[in-house]
Design a protein around this ligand. Structure first.
Ligand code: HGY
Ligand code: MN
Ligand code: MN
Length: 441
């Protein structure tokens, strides 16, 4: 969903006064891009795509490299029970709530080099630079890499940050299953995480001062408007579920057309209907809604048998909760009508339904201030993509910085951001960390 944005003209309303002197240190651009390239090489495949699905060997390898880099930077490493990685830089007041800065390293299947990785490596470079420059920080600062931000493997997104925010119950994981039938709940149990101790993964909000995330826009607005920075106001949220049509597997040669109960044809009608419903909701003010069927499983899935079973994944998103819920409901009633007309059965398996999240206005004002002080053209805008910040926003003040995506492309080997923009975004992140960490406690 393209992010709608607005340029800020009038100078900002009276946000709290802060020390506005620019940071006295500058990131090491060569080192930042070196680390970005090193991590991006892990999981590289055909056509320059990157695949690091959560809990895969490639995902774990990228996290190993990150831990090596955090150690090299002299940060104190901590890993929580699900595997979220933290690299801590102590502040003048070690018991003060910490500023968390980071993102994720797992990717979609055949994804790009920048989604998530820019935010983790940018956070590392900013904090490493602050440490080297001995910049006084009242609060501690922690680089964080969250586990399983992408929903690609289990249909369940922002796993590590949701657990940290205490936002998951074991029921939520019921239908979180991958293509091979591996259940997310089983993986967690093997890690010693059960419903009884799920709450123990929650980080006490009192230990957090704020969360900051640098991320590629994954949309076309910044490039189209020739802006360098996106100040993110809110994050769209998904309602995700699986739809299973069950008809009758049969002989593709002997079964007359009028006698078929073809589950795949039913699914095809629903896929078209989802596009039609979402196009009707494409009016921005009513709350643009996007709907995607990204995965389809057919049984028996052979050339000479009529599909008896078709399972499709549905991902409906909007920045407006009521619009999203309305479309999700329409999709389900459409599926029931298709099933009735075509004489097949239909079943719905809920995965997760979340509400859009507003980010912290004060951090937003701070980001505007920094962009104005640096003379950077910026855009105030929502995010159509989901991010770990949407979970952190539930337990602390959260802010996001976007940098442009070429032609708005993401979740594809074509995903690309200009190294100059990555460096600029990282410097803005560094300045933001300093000001938030030194805000009056
Ligand atoms: O799927 C998303 O919105 C994000 O890229 N994880
Ligand atoms: Mn993504
Ligand atoms: Mn991401």
């Amino acid at each position: 969903m393209a992010n709608q944005g607005r340029s800020k003209t009038a100078s900002r309303k009276n946000s709290p006064r802060r020390d506005r002197s620019p940071a006295s240190v500058f990131i090491n651009e060569r080192r930042l891009l070196r680390d970005l390239n090193a991590i991006s090489k892990i999981g590289i495949g055909s056509g320059g795509s990157v695949t690091r699905l959560v809990f895969s060997v490639k995902d774990l390898r990228s996290r190993q490299l990150l831990m090596h880099l955090l150690g090299q930077a002299g940060l104190k490493i901590h890993i929580d029970r699900i595997g979220n990685i933290f690299g801590r830089l102590e502040g003048l007041h070690p018991n003060a709530p910490a500023v968390l800065v980071g993102s994720h390293l797992d990717t979609v299947m055949h994804g790009g080099k920048f989604d998530g990785t820019v935010g983790v490596v940018g956070a590392l470079e900013a904090v490493r630079t602050l440490k080297e420059g001995r910049v006084p920080l009242a609060s501690p600062v922690e680089v964080v890499c969250f586990v399983g931000e992408e929903s690609s493997r289990f249909g369940f997104s922002t796993l590590g940050s949701s657990l940290l925010a205490g936002e998951i119950t074991f029921e939520d994981l019921t239908h979180a299953v991958d293509q091979d039938g591996t259940k997310l709940g089983d993986i967690l149990s093997n890690m010693g995480i059960y419903w009884e101790n799920l709450a123990s993964l929650k980080r006490a909000p009192s230990t957090l001062k704020a969360y900051l995330e640098l991320h590629i826009e994954q949309g076309p607005i910044l490039e189209a408007k020739k802006k360098k920075i996106g100040v993110v106001t809110s994050i769209a949220a998904p309602t995700r579920f699986r739809v299973i049509f069950v008809g009758q597997a049969d002989h593709s040669g002997t079964t007359p057309m009028e006698m078929r109960k073809d589950a795949l044809v039913a699914a095809a009608h629903l896929i078209i209907a989802i596009e039609e419903v979402c196009l009707k909701f494409s009016h921005v003010n009513k709350g643009r809604v996007v709907g995607t069927v990204g995965a389809l499983k057919i049984e028996p899935g052979v050339i000479n048998a009529i599909p008896g079973r078709a399972e499709l994944s549905v991902d409906v998103r909007s920045i407006k909760a009521e619009a999203k819920d309305r479309v999700a409901k329409l999709v389900k009633s459409k599926a029931k009508e298709i099933a009735r007309v075509r004489g097949v059965k239909v079943q719905f398996l809920p995965i997760r339904s979340e509400n859009p999240v507003a980010l912290d206005k004060d951090i937003g004002s701070l980001l505007e201030e920094i962009c104005e002080d640096k003379g950077l053209p910026y855009e105030i805008m929502p995010s159509g993509a989901g991010h770990d910040a949407m979970q952190l926003a539930k337990i602390t003040r959260a802010g996001m910085i976007f940098i442009p995506s070429r032609r708005g492309i993401s979740h594809s080997p074509m995903e690309w951001s200009d190294p100059k923009d990555i460096c600029l975004g990282t410097q803005v992140l560094l300045e933001t960390i300093v000001r938030v960490a030194n805000e009056a406690l």
